[in-house]
Design a protein. Sequence first.
Length: 119
Amino acid sequence: MMRQKGLTLSGFVMWLIVLAFAALLGFKLGPPYFEFWTIQKQLQAIAGESEVRSGQRRDVESAFVRRSMIEDIKSVKPADLQIARDGDQVVISAEYTVCVPVIANIRACMDFNPSSRRR
C-alpha cells in the first residue's frame, strides 16, 4: 500500500505565514543595513581623498556633505563624524542607532559604527 505525500492546506498556510513574516523582517531591516554599507563606503572614499589628508574637520565635513547628498544619507550628519589620525592616514568614523518599527509596538533597534578603517 502506498502512502500519499504532499502538502496539506493547513501546512501550506502555516508556511505562507512564516515566509510572509520573514519577508516583512527583510523589508524592514534591509534598508538600515544598506545605508550602513553606503556610509562605510563613502567614509573610506573620503579618507582616501587628497584634500582630506590634512585632517581638517571642515574639509572632511564638506566632502561628507557632498557625498551624502548624492547617496541620500540621512542617518549621519557631518557633526556626528569622529576624525582621528592613524600614522599618516585619516580615520573617519561615526556611531548611530536606527530603530525600525516591526509590528504594532515592537521595534528593532540597531547600533551601527561605520569607519573608514579597512578591516
